[in-house]
Design a protein around this ligand. Structure first.
Ligand code: FAD
Length: 471
């Protein structure tokens, strides 16, 4: 049983490792480095850079902590070296797992020449042909390039250039007030840059709850970030080392760099997918609930299939696709699927954001009868002691049953705290069951506890545990 995986990002390497654990012989094809966007140009570089940015922020506020300090300044070369060290360590760990699991890694650009044949062209032009019984496509995503902007200009960057850390621009115009745009806005503003964010829709983080949008915009404005909302960048022109963005309302913004971050698109074009008979939705591969494409024995996962383009979603889908591929090769029915309703998402600004499930408005649009509770970090001892007490926990629960429908957290460690809602949500627990658990003290989590107790009272749900605990 031989399985080929095309693309070595979180989706692809998770599929490869799971298939190997299940006894398949696996070939993993990667054109750059294992780890994909997430480890090399995405999640990990940005969070590493943001950690330094938030240390600068803390030293700037040293007096508030009873300390005397000169605000930290950026050493770009050292910042880049630290980022590269973290990335290299993690890529090395993925390579080590591939070796331990006996996953064969073939480096080069893979192309389907038949549904289950991958031709790999290495950097030196040599080719290798991989024949398999099943193939998992995991070629991820690439930055979406706005057609009206000349991305060949040296002063127009995508997030790939920004994470390469050639420099920290003193003045930057960021196109797009989504997750990637705001994380860079936070980092650059903390490093002392002048930052303008241009967002087409009337608020930043489009699609998010309004209270979340307001809170994060307010925090970034305090840092000095200037938002231009409800307006787009019409054109960009470079003159020497400076670049000018002209907005659709006629305003112009001149800076060192324009960072284009309007989103990403699935990376499904140019690798022979439609030619092999695989049905596409523009650049995305179409799949069913078991990640099967329109061609038998070919699966697709992760950013390549669109939807929630997140690393942990790609990983979960990769494992599910591998299980299904192995099952089908054994003549069994596929069963593995990922329920996206309980998947958390985060933004690593300060304060951070963690969301899961529905907001009150989207729950109501789905016809659910819900209540919403908002509990602020300002009343939490741990948050006050840490000097990071901005933000709130917002819980949405169903009337009567107390089922958790969703949660939005803005505040310290929001990306970690949201798990404390997504896990009980996926276990079918009620707000009463979460709220009446004993939480450690002092912890940031206590805000979740008190929000859940209030939500339990409002929904009128029972405090009885669904399954009595076993000791
Ligand atoms: P990718 O990680 O894109 O991997 C695809 C791989 O396929 C790449 O290694 C590529 O080189 C390879 N490849 C492509 N075509 C071929 C080919 N023809 N032959 C061989 N190899 C090929 N997600 C989060 O969950 N949390 C975050 O905090 C977060 N932050 C992000 C920050 C930034 C700046 C960016 C850009 C993204 C961020 N993401 C984050 C998104 C996350 O990186 C992606 O969702 C995730 O990497 C998707 O995994 P994937 O395996 O589907 O694709």
């Amino acid at each position: 049983m031989r399985i080929a995986v095309l693309g070595g990002g979180p989706g692809g390497y998770s599929a490869a490792f799971e298939a190997a654990r299940l006894g398949a012989e696996v070939t993993l094809v990667e054109k750059e480095r294992l780890g994909g966007t997430c480890l090399n140009w995405g999640c990990i570089p940005t969070k590493t850079i943001l950690r330094s940015a938030h240390i600068v922020s803390d030293t700037r506020r040293a007096e508030k902590y009873g300390l005397i300090a000169t605000p930290a300044q950026v050493d770009v070369a050292a910042l880049r070296a630290r980022k590269e060290g973290v990335v290299d360590e993690l890529v090395g760990q993925v390579e080590g797992s591939a070796r331990r699991l006996k996953v064969e890694c073939v480096y080069g650009e893979g192309k389907l020449t038949a549904p289950k044949t991958v031709e790999v062209t290495a950097a030196d032009g040599s080719t290798t042909v991989v024949e398999a019984d099943a193939v998992v496509l995991a070629t991820g995503s690439v930055p979406f390039l706005l057609p009206n902007i000349d991305h060949s200009l040296s002063r127009v960057w995508t997030s790939d250039d920004a994470t390469a850390l050639a420099d920290i621009p003193a003045e930057v115009v960021i196109i797009g007030g989504g997750v990637i745009g705001l994380e860079f806005a936070d980092a650059y503003a903390n490093f002392g840059s002048t930052v303008h964010v241009v967002e087409l829709t009337p608020s930043c983080l489009p699609g998010n709850d309004k209270r979340v949008q307001r809170e994060v915009q307010k925090a970034l404005e305090v840092l000095g970030v200037v938002f231009h909302l409800g307006v787009a960048v019409d054109s960009v022109a470079q003159d020497g080392e400076r670049v000018t963005a002209t907005l659709t309302d006629g305003a112009t913004l001149t800076a060192d760099i324009v960072l284009s971050a309007p989103g990403r698109r699935p990376n499904g074009l140019g690798f022979g997918f439609p030619e092999a008979g695989i049905e596409m939705d523009r650049a995305a591969v179409k799949v069913d609930e078991f990640y099967r494409t329109s061609v038998a024995g070919v699966y697709a996962i992760g950013d390549l299939i669109g939807g929630m383009m997140l690393a942990h979603v790609a990983e979960a889908e990769g494992e599910a696709a591998a299980k299904n591929a192995v099952a089908e090769l054994k003549g069994e029915a596929p069963t593995a699927s990922v329920n996206l309703a309980h998947v958390p998402a985060a933004v690593y600004t300060e304060p951070g954001i963690g969301v899961v499930g529905s907001s009150r408005d989207s729950a109501k649009e789905k016809g659910l009868d819900v209540v919403q509770v908002v509990m602020k970090f300002a009343g939490n001892g741990k948050a006050l002691g840490e000097g990071h007490a901005d933000g709130f926990v917002q819980i949405v629960a169903e009337m009567g049953t107390g089922r958790i429908v969703g949660a939005q957290i803005v505040g310290p460690s929001a990306a970690e705290l949201i798990q404390e809602i997504s896990i009980p949500m996926s276990a079918g627990m009620t707000v009463a069951q979460v709220g009446h658990s004993v939480f450690g003290h002092p912890t940031l989590s206590e805000v979740i506890k008190f929000a859940c107790i209030e939500a339990a009272n409002k929904t009128g749900c029972s405090h009885e545990p669904k399954h009595p605990p076993i000791y």
